[in-house]
Design a protein around this ligand. Sequence first.
Ligand code: FBP
Length: 701
Amino acid sequence: MSMKNWSSLDELLNADEVQKITSNTNPELIERRTSVPSICKVFSLPYTALSQDPRYKFVIDKEAQKQLPDIIHNEVEKIVGLESPDETFKEKYHKLRNIGIVFSGGPAPGGHNVLAGLYDAAKQANPETKIYGFLLGPDGIIENEAIVLNDSLVDKYRNVGGFTMIKTGRTKIDSVQKMALATETCKKLQLDALVIVGGDDSNTNAAFLAQEMFKDGIQVIGVPKTIDGDIQVKDAAGKSLCAMSFGFNTAARAFANSISNLCTDASSDVKYWHICKVMGRVASHLALEVALQTHANITLIGEDLANYVDPMRLKKAQKEGTLDFHAYGMTLRHLSRVICDGIVRRAAVGKNYGVIVIPEGVLEFINEIQVFIVKLNTIIADYNATHDSNFHSDFPLLEDKLEYLRRLAKRSREENTFTIWNTRDDDLFNDIPEFFKEGLLTERDSHGNFQFSLVETDKVIMGLVKDYLSILAEQGIYRVGINREYYNKVMATGGLDPAFYGPILFENYTEGEFLLRKSSIISLKTLKQELVKEGILNDPQKIPPPVEKVFKLSVPDFKTKVHFYGYDGRGNDPTRFDCNYTYNLGLTVFSLIANGATGQMAAIKNLELDFSQWEPIGIPIAPLMHLEERKGKLALVLEKSIVDVESIAFRVVKALREKWLAAEPGEDNYRKPGPIRFAGRSEEDRPITLKLNAIAARQFE
Ligand code: FBP
């Protein structure tokens, strides 16, 4: 078709076929929007009520008791279905309500279905009920910016990812003033209830708001959201009440799909190590799930590193009758050695490629980094206090800062009592890459806290790995194993006897499928020396081309490609698991509201089991809270759940590490989870971490 002028282009743009092709919707989106998630059996009954479940107990913090007196005695509440309750119940249930809902923190797939579930249940109970969506996160509550949800808006986002409908934000309602503004908004809108969909901090906020608004009769309900998967609730006896926050499954699956594609690429062009940093501000749950989904060659788990004990150091200290705190927790240098060991062993069997997964928050678990951070915080604060000045303005350049630290190390050698920065600290600090030193010495935030997000975790670790690999290459330890058959072919084609040259070139010529160049041969020069020593070459003679070719093939080139998986997975359309999970959370929220609950978090028990066994419940937030240091002060917060190194999921990953490293001849052991699909049978129905932990729970019941 020829397009000669604008009018014909307009015509083209208006043609049905072109309109269809260039439309914002597609069949998958339509299918998502029109699909109805599965609902837990209890929600198929006309009414729901709450039944307290006294089997679950919590260890209550005294401070929580003091600060949250009206919600501290809440219990776990089970949602139960009712066929035909009495008239008083019905009247209360069908009452016209105003309900506000807000997203708080980073997006997590499934959020729209929480809105949809709440909307559907609330409208079914009373079509006049209004659901207000606060815009741009908690700021929307503080500033009273909200929209009223309606059918067409809700229908547009059913089963669709993101928090696009009402957006989100990271403001915390954490001061008396903000709390008062939030209460004022809720009163102005005559809200019966406020729903906060967020992570640990937001649910902490929900508890405080519930307490604050208790006297006004405004209910506050939390919903466990975060892709990081670090809201997991157990009672004091370890019984699981909420196995996973929503959004985790989708993000992990999205990351895993992309990373498994990199595994395919790596094992196809066999020249790159793909370094994949995955989100998870602190806990390594996402990395653990990605490991289970992809079987990537190396996956770091922060919690595991923190747990490490160096047996050699411990033994030495015991012998000397001393204590060596450095024996506990893995150092950065040790970690880089562990990674190098895997890389070197794979190269030895011809696999100078692979995939490494690094959790975003891994540095939190490296003891020496924490020690550095604490020491440097103290040094900077002391300097500012003593000199009534600013460390960063007085020492603007990295070199100036390092010089100051050197002076402190010198002082520690001269004065026994000065211990904050000694020679060992200085040596260790100088061992880390320049940009990381700079990162650790950057200006603290307004509360004096170190800003982890400013440090490029993967760059820190991989920098050390690269440095150590070059040392290992120079020592002839990092080398690429040559396939024996290929060696024979190259030599024979060049008219040389492989059996004659083999023992001269390789240290394992009599055994093994892959031949390892002798560690004394590290360059063409040393190769020539070896050949001369064996009487094969006279000095001026050139190295026979087949020998040179084999040598060159054995020299590793460590090429990396760095990837970051985070925002993409966070914006993915939810898996069916997350669609069902979040829709039922929305229904649960309404049941809690309709039955007068406040200070409760909506949850689904038995997520780790088959859908038919899912149980909607309300979990009391206040009893879960404890004191933690935040911004230099002790604050009452909801504890983050980090990876339990005793969990079966972690133990399985640990046991399979060697297999997935695949440092032996033959195929790699990669697994392809496949893309997230809404329809079809290929999709995993729940996180593998959950499935494994459920098997363990059954076994130990
Ligand atoms: P939430 O805890 O708010 O759900 O956010 C989690 C997260 O996605 C982390 O994995 C990541 O470190 C962080 O948000 C990124 O924050 P930002 O969106 O501010 O860049």
